[in-house]
Design a protein around this ligand. Structure first.
Ligand code: ADP
Ligand code: MG
Ligand code: MG
Length: 869
């Protein structure tokens, strides 16, 4: 393999091999921009080094050849005593990991060449010694692993209150001696004087920095694969620390915050490398460079325009001016805020640089989701008391409450509340719904609180471990003894994970108001979102439906663009005052008693369905017959037992207790639920189907689809279906009858099941649990973070469809289902339906629609459009 590429040999498409920095340096070189000469060692060499512990054979020879070629071009040799060539050794991975890895400048200086550098710069001794001390400092820290503070402190001691530029050459020379002493003391060896040795060691240090702890952390956060490795760029030095006619800066071709066009950047005179971002001295706005060095400024502005037109996107750049000569040191398509991403994409369309198709691919569902959450006012004063995980973005303010009941109570009185729990469980659901935000002291991004909150689009900070939550005492204690009791106001930022004392002002999301139809697209951002969403809608092949159980959710889903309901759960229709009826149903000892209970439930169910059909206004509504085990609707076994023990139990309580005991399951997830209930409790499913049919008959245009959950064998489905079809026929209502595919056996026998199903909906929550054999509620806290650490999966399979396992089951079911019934309608209704990556998967395997929570619908629409482009 070829391991080293001259800048003239690469181009921007070679990011895998040359890293982003190397590929773009090559691109700029080939555009004829002023880039110092240099070459790039490939990521492949790095991967080899990291795997084998040594560089690949042939690398040293290739590097030597390229170095010789560079020396020839430059007319001097690396570290040459009377006129040294100096180089930088720079990291640069495929995906930019700003500041995460290492770079060493001024390689090639030693006790002799420092004099050569001074002489060649016309006796600028100060500059030569400044460059040398920078080398030892950077090399010492990054290559020799010496604590950087040691150097910083020595520098501070010398400068006192002065700035670094106030140090004269004698002082800098003295600093070099001090630094060399630090190296000797810390490593037991002298600073390596041999320029080639310096370069070789620096290259390996850059390779190693791929696995620095902060780089690992950053990759995990950004979901960058761990095995890519970094390239290394070796580049002739140019000097911004020459004097006041020199300097270094960073710039954006437009505002990365808003997307507005203009000149954005910072410049620092007489400085090198990271000085600008490190904040050692105050930088000046880039515009002011015009007054310092007009020719360089004009040239820079011209180059920025060239780069924007060439990359057809916002670019960020690093540049240096050496004695009035401009050099380009780096460019890349720049990071930006979600708002800027939308604005820039449409601006570029208007400038004729990209098409609308491209504009849609330039933004992501995650960015759109960010724009939909309310935010804290950036300028407001805040008192931060803790930081947890940013589990579900947004900004929420309210009174702290410590139980679900209290949350509901206060919310009903019109108060905004934040539900604070150690961790949440399904019992807290009502409180979570009532609360403005959720704060937990335990659990990660896949904890119950986090998953549920994200699904509801509710702000959540979880795992704020510094907080001691004392539920019984209705208060929590933050570091420093700050105590917050029930009723005191706190603010939580789900985008950053921060927790604040008191009320921080919140601003609404204009984007949600637009989706809600409250505002016409007025401001630039909303206009941009509007254009991109319309285009994505026109492009997508996937339909988008909502998971909605109530008329209110259904109506919101419609406003957000849902084309139907993909999952209407019926279990909430058995709660509240209706529990009584469910109890009667379970306790029924004769057919008559059972029928009485069912007859009482039927009209209630019917009215629920009428509301939803009306809200959906002729769009299809997939209704899932009751799924969870019936005993979930009965009172708590402990409460009943206590009553029985203290003699307070009524006759009915005792009956209930025995029913609860009888129905108790070791493993309810795999117990009497779904279709099994329908087969075991006579009349239950019939009642539901009748309620659906009667409701549909009363709402013109209603389009019900009846969905049977948890089917594993076609025989289960057949008998339920027969009954359903009979009831439908008797009422004259037309409805599809289909099933969820959520048990692996169903996926594997999809060909048979399709004989009895007009549609499939993949229930990927259960399918994931059953394919992996672990229960979501139990594993996330127990071992998921360990699994993520070990790389067993890169992201929780409950968040993004596990393509290799669960995805394969889906593929099989799609293929065999369609083979048996070509017009089989296919959708997904698990949590995954609103996850960007999973939406792409659904597009690829040919599903007809995805269904997700109302708040995720715009995200799914956008990602479905992106998947099709
Ligand atoms: P990062 O990836 O962290 O931005 P870089 O490799 O870009 O690190 O380098 C750090 C700093 O050093 C940047 O400001 C860059 O412009 C500067 N730099 C790198 N190589 C040279 C060089 N050959 N001459 C002058 N400055 C350089
Ligand atoms: Mg850089
Ligand atoms: Mg299920």
């Amino acid at each position: 393999a070829k391991y080293v590429y001259d800048f003239t040999e690469g181009n921007r498409n070679l990011k895998d091999l040359l890293g982003g920095k190397g590929a773009n340096l090559a691109e700029m070189t080939n555009l004829g921009l002023p880039v110092p000469h240099g070459f790039t060692i490939t990521t492949e060499a790095c991967r080899h080094y990291l795997a084998e512990g040594s560089v690949p054979s042939g690398l040293d020879r290739e590097v030597a050849q390229q170095l010789t070629a560079l020396e020839t071009k430059m007319g001097r040799k690396l570290g040459q005593a009377d006129d040294p060539l100096l180089v930088s050794v720079r990291s640069g991975a495929k995906f930019s990991m700003p500041g995460m890895m290492e770079t060493v400048l001024n390689i090639g200086l030693n006790d002799e060449s420092v004099h050569g550098l001074a002489k060649q710069s016309g006796g600028n001794d100060r500059f030569a010694w400044d460059s040398y001390r920078r080398l030892i400092q950077m090399f010492g820290k990054t290559v020799l692993d010496i604590d950087g503070d040691l150097f910083e402190r020595a520098l501070d001691d010398l400068k006192g209150r002065r700035q670094d530029t106030d140090l004269d050459s004698g002082e800098l020379q003295q600093l070099v001696e001090t630094y060399k002493g630090i190296v000797r003391e810390q490593t037991g060896k002298d600073f390596p004087a041999d320029p080639r040795e310096q370069m070789r060691l620096a290259v390996m240090a850059v390779f190693d920095s791929w696995n620095a702890p902060r780089a690992i952390l950053y990759r995990r956060q950004e979901r960058i694969p761990a095995d890519l490795g970094t390239a290394v760029n070796i580049m002739a030095m140019v000097f911004g620390n020459y004097g006041n006619d020199s300097g270094t800066g960073v710039a954006f071709t437009r505002d990365p915050g808003s997307g507005q066009q203009g000149i954005y950047g910072d410049y620092l005179q007489n400085a090198q490398g990271e000085d600008v971002v490190a904040g050692i001295r105050n930088t000046i706005p880039l515009q002011d460079l015009e007054h310092l060095d007009k020719p360089s400024y004009d040239q820079l502005v011209g180059i920025m325009e060239t780069l924007e037109n060439h990359y057809r996107d916002l670019c960020d750049i690093e540049f240096t001016i050496e004695r009035g000569k401009l050099w380009m040191l780096q460019t890349r398509v720049g990071k930006r805020t979600p708002a800027a991403a939308f604005c820039i994409a449409t601006q570029l369309v208007d400038q004729g640089l990209i098409t609308m198709d491209e504009a849609v691919t330039r933004v992501t569902g995650d960015q759109l989701a960010q724009l939909m959450f309310p935010r804290f006012d950036g300028g407001a004063e805040k008192k931060k008391i803790a930081k947890g995980m940013n589990a579900s973005p947004g900004a929420a303010v309210g009174k702290a409450v410590f139980s679900s009941e209290r949350a509901v109570e206060l919310a009903e009185q019109g108060e905004d509340v934040i539900l604070v729990r150690r961790e949440t469980n399904p019992d807290d659901l009502a409180g979570m719904i009532a609360a403005k935000g959720i704060l937990t002291s335990r659990g990660g991004k896949t904890s119950h609180a986090a998953v549920v909150a994200r699904g509801m689009g509710k702000t959540c900070v979880c795992g704020a471990e510094e907080l001691e939550v004392l539920t019984a005492e209705r208060r929590f204690v933050a570091p420093g003894g700050v105590t917050v009791s029930e009723g005191e106001v706190i603010s939580i930022d789900g985008t950053t994970g921060e927790v604040f004392l008191g009320e921080v002002p919140v601003v609404d999301s204009a984007v949600v108001e637009y989706f809600e139809g409250v505002t016409e697209p007025e401001d630039d951002l909303v206009k941009a979102v509007d254009r991109i969403m319309s285009h994505a809608d026109a492009a997508r092949r996937l339909g988008v439906r909502a998971n909605a159980d109530t008329p209110e959710d259904a109506a919101r889903a419609r406003r957000f663009g849902a084309q139907g309901i993909g999952l209407c759960r019926t279990e909430h229709m058995f709660l509240g005052e209706r529990r009584q009826l469910v109890e009667d149903l379970v306790l029924a000892s004769t057919d008559d008693e059972r029928q009485t209970a069912l007859d009482a439930l039927e009209p209630l169910q019917k009215s629920d369905f009428i509301g939803i059909f009306q809200a959906m206004d002729g769009a299809p509504v997939t209704i899932r017959l009751i799924d969870p085990p019936l005993h979930e609707f009965l009172p708590d076994i402990v409460d009943l037992s206590v009553k029985a023990a203290t003699g307070e139990a009524t006759d009915k309580d005792r009956k209930l207790l025995s029913a609860v005991k009888r129905l108790h399951e070791q493993n309810p997830m795999l117990g009497l639920r779904g279709v099994r209930l329908g087969l075991v409790i006579p009349g239950l499913f019939d009642m539901q189907v009748r309620a659906i049919a009667q409701a549909a008959a009363e709402v013109p245009g209603a389009r019900p689809e009846i969905m049977i959950p948890l089917v594993a064998a076609v025989q289960e489905l057949e008998s339920v279906r027969e009954e359903a079809v009979r009831i439908l026929a008797s009422t004259g209502v037309e409805a599809l009858v289909g099933t969820m595919i959520e048990v692996p056996r169903a996926a594997l026998t999809a060909g048979q099941i399709a004989e009895a199903a007009e549609f499939f909906s993949f229930g990927t929550n259960d399918l994931t649990q059953m394919a992996w054999g672990f229960s979501r509620d139990d594993v996330e806290a127990a071992f998921f973070s360990r699994y993520l650490d070990l790389g067993i999966f890169g992201v929780s399979p409950f968040e993004t469809i596990d393509r290799e396992g669960v995805g394969r089951l889906i593929e099989i079911a799609v293929r065999e289902g369609r083979a048996a019934r070509p017009d089989l309608h296919l959708g997904i209704c698990g949590e995954h339906g609103g996850d960007p990556d999973s939406v792409h998967f659904c597009h690829e395997v040919g599903l007809d629609y995805v269904s997700c929570s109302p708040f995720r619908i715009p995200v799914a629409r956008l990602e479905a459009g992106r998947a099709a482009l």
